[in-house]
Design a protein around this ligand. Structure first.
Ligand code: GDD
Ligand code: MG
Length: 334
């Protein structure tokens, strides 16, 4: 079995801590370890370092090596030009042997309980061995979130696993509300489990363009990838494969999970800072503060204050999605 951690994203919703040089996966949001380090340790819990691979942008090579010095250098696969997760999955999965199981994982999620995580993952691994399908891990939805994929569970094949009727990536708010009300929809956790052979056969059928462009390229042939990648479609695996395939299964995830999409998700997990030693609030409440300095807040509620090396963020909670606009603006200024 091989684990492949996708770590090439350039999420910028965590300014002023993140920017294009230090995206979310390299931040220490919940402990003294970065999210990518936590992801590696979660897999290392049951796997050897030599079987854990990371696929990331060339510009993050040094950072990745620094975070995870235990894995061999060749286990860090480099993309000269990132084209979203479908090409990354196609390159990554080819590391494995034909009948070997591949586990694809995002690098930037919060999953505190390794043991419970592995209970669910083991079920998916057994399922993928037995049914030759594309296996997903489904999270119970709690709000009509439009930033996730929605998995419609169909016929049960055992206590925790279902054949998938349909997969809808990032629905509009109306659809998300309907899905939430149905009871048999799950959020896609962004983790996938498949046999290399099953995945390649499905890619050939549903995304023949990406399949044909990458099928004969070694994951380590960065020079050739540099030539090919500009012509490859920029598309996520959710749109390129999961939405199109009729060979998808979902295992109900029985562990605490968050994809930590913005500062509000961090606040939800860590709680408000109103009673922190360095925070003093007058005529206000429900503030979230990340700073080593003393912070005084007067007459403001439901706000986020984050101090980083590159600046200070002060935002109303309801605008936390717009933090990326600041990153974009700063990129333009240079
Ligand atoms: N190597 C590589 N190359 N990695 C990438 C690239 C790329 O071009 N683009 C993104 N990634 C990595 C990110 O760093 C992250 O770890 C993971 O792939 C997922 O990418 P996101 O960009 O964070 O995806 P998303 O959050 O919008 O949506 C996905 O995750 C949701 C759950 O968090 C989808 O799978 C949704 O269906 C799912 O609900
Ligand atoms: Mg994400």
């Amino acid at each position: 079995m091989k684990a492949i951690i996708l770590a090439g994203g350039s999420g910028e919703r965590f300014w002023p801590l993140s920017n294009s040089k230090t995206p979310k996966q390299f931040l220490k949001l919940f402990s003294d370890k970065t999210l990518i380090r936590e992801t590696y340790e979660r897999m290392r819990y049951k796997m050897e370092p030599t079987d854990i691979f990371i696929i990331t942008a060339e510009k993050y090579q040094q950072l990745t090596m620094k975070e995870i010095p235990e894995i061999p250098k060749e286990n860090i696969i480099l993309e000269p030009i990132p084209r979203n997760t479908a090409p990354a999955c196609m390159i990554g999965t080819q590391i494995a042997q034909d009948d070997e199981i591949v586990v694809i994982l995002p690098a930037d999620h919060y999953i505190p309980d390794k043991s419970k995580f592995w209970d669910t993952l083991s079920e998916a691994i057994q399922g993928a061995q037995k049914y030759d399908g594309l296996f997903t891990l489904g999270i119970n939805p709690t709000r009509p979130e439009t930033g996730y994929g929605y998995i419609e569970a169909g016929k049960a094949i055992n206590n925790s696993t279902y054949k998938v009727n349909s997969f809808k990536e990032k629905p509009d708010p109306e659809k998300a509300k309907i899905f939430l009300s149905k009871g048999n929809y799950y959020w896609n956790s962004g983790m996938f489990i498949w046999k290399k052979g099953t995945f390649l056969e499905q890619m050939k059928k549903h995304s023949p363009g990406i399949y044909n462009q990458l099928i004969n390229i070694s994951p380590w042939d960065t020079d050739n990838l540099r030539k090919i990648m500009p012509n490859i479609e920029k598309i996520s695996i959710d749109y390129a494969l999961l939405e199109r395939s009729d060979n998808v299964y979902v295992v109900k995830a029985d562990f605490v999970w968050s994809d930590v999409g913005n500062w509000v998700s961090v606040r939800e997990l860590q709680g408000y800072s109103d009673n922190d030693e360095n925070v003093h609030v007058i005529d206000g409440k429900n503030v979230f503060v990340k700073s080593d300095k003393f912070v005084g807040i007067i007459g403001l509620s439901n706000i986020i204050v984050v101090e980083g090396e590159n600046g200070i963020l002060i935002a109303k909670e309801e605008y936390s999605q717009d933090v990326r606009k600041i990153s974009e603006k700063l990129k333009k200024i240079g």
